[in-house]
Design a protein around this ligand. Structure first.
Ligand SMILES: *Cc1c(COP(=O)(O)O)cnc(C)c1O
Length: 370
């Protein structure tokens, strides 16, 4: 206990104290739960927790029975939302082993999120070790087939204090949830609502940070999308209200008739690991990929002229989802008749094959946990 990870060398792994759940879910109950998966409602038996205080640094690294936190009503996160999170998955290979996809990229992004939110940065080896510990101890919860174990690392400000300042205490934790596919009905094309009322992020803000606050601010726009019969919302830039940024929780790509792709540039959008992987995979097919601004008017015009062949959204949860229909207060349009396109589906297959260990070249993106 009281192990400080502040001076950790990348090669030294933190020592988690393992306290297996005294009453894990019985096999039969777990099997029943795994047979009826949605997204994010079923949880495994354990969680990893590491605490931080200014005095001790990171300490008390534990894997323990999943349980509620006791939080004082004055705990900082409840008032000023100093909170960040990550999302990644563990995939069961055909040989029974388990893969993580680019967990080092999540660890890096978590660190930069912490820095932007004035939180204590968690050493990357601690982040990865916590995830691996949960995958190992809860391996029976990893679904087979096209399911996966969704891992949710997060950090909250835990100091009991109502003054506005960076917290002096934090809790880092990892929980896990077995999942089927994110969108009901699989990778069928989704419809999206263009929010002309709400924006997601401005230059200098937290658009590139994976923080709960961004999601809280997006929910009204997402509700508006649902009211208009759409699956998801797409945001425009906060200054000119013209440039397409991203969906509530996914990045976006456009595919043109000359075979090239484009995606909005980094800055106010979340730097998706799926986005980055798609850029690499698309370039390998010989396609030109541009990271450049694209306006909603150009999108509408290109869809009408047929210059735009496909549009798709991407993120860890849904992998790649073709966008079939776009609705806005100023009119609707469809992309290639609203059908899933071959580029989106081809990239999806490439990515999924790597994640499940079926690809010959995994690009060094796979970390075998088991
Ligand atoms: C997490 C997230 C994404 C997708 O990132 P991945 O690393 O690909 O999962 C995109 N947009 C937002 C707002 C996100 O929070």
């Amino acid at each position: 206990m009281g192990v400080s990870f502040d001076k950790i060398d990348g090669a030294i792994l933190p020592n988690f104290e393992i306290r297996p759940a005294a009453n894990p879910t019985p096999d039969q109950e777990r099997t029943a739960k795994l047979a009826d998966l949605g997204f994010g409602r079923i949880f495994t038996d354990h969680m990893a927790v590491v605490r931080y205080s200014q005095a001790k640094g990171w300490h008390d690294a534990r894997v323990e029975s999943r349980a509620s936190f006791t939080l004082d009503p004055a705990t900082a996160v409840l008032h000023y939302a100093q909170e960040i999170f990550e999302g990644l998955k563990a995939y069961r290979r055909d040989d029974g082993g388990v893969n993580l996809f680019r967990p080092d990229a999540n660890a890096r992004r978590f660190r930069s999120s912490a820095e932007r939110m004035a939180m204590a940065p968690l050493p990357e080896p601690v982040f990865i070790e916590a995830i691996e510990q949960i995958v190992r101890i809860d391996r029976a919860w990893i679904p087979g087939g096209d399911g996966s174990l969704y891992l949710r690392p997060f950090m909250i400000a835990n100091e009991i204090f109502l003054g506005v300042k960076p917290s002096a205490e934090y809790i880092f934790a990892v929980i896990a949830s077995p999942v089927g596919s994110y969108f009901k009905g699989g990778p069928a094309p989704v419809s999206i609502w263009v929010s002309e009322t709400y924006t997601r992020a401005a230059v200098g803000g937290t658009g590139a940070v994976k923080c709960g606050g961004n999601y809280a601010a997006s929910l009204r726009a997402q509700a508006e999308a649902i009211e208009h019969g759409c699956d998801q919302v797409v945001f425009l830039d906060a200054v000119e209200r013209r440039y397409v940024e991203e969906l509530g929780g996914m990045n976006v790509f456009f595919v043109f008739e000359d075979g090239s792709l484009s995606t909005p540039p980094l800055g106010t959008i979340l730097p998706g690991i799926t986005r980055d992987s798609v850029i690499t995979l698309a370039k390998e097919t010989g396609a030109v990929v541009r990271e450049e601004p694209y306006t909603i008017d150009q999108w509408r015009a290109d869809a009408a002229s047929g210059r735009l062949k496909e549009a798709f959204a991407c993120g860890t949860a849904a992998v790649i989802s073709p966008i079939g229909k776009v609705r806005s207060a100023s009119g609707d349009f469809t992309i290639s008749g609203g059908a899933a396109g071959p580029v989106a589906m081809g990239l999806r297959k490439k990515l999924v094959d790597i994640q499940y260990g079926r690809a010959a070249d995994a690009h060094n993106w796979i970390r075998k946990v088991l």
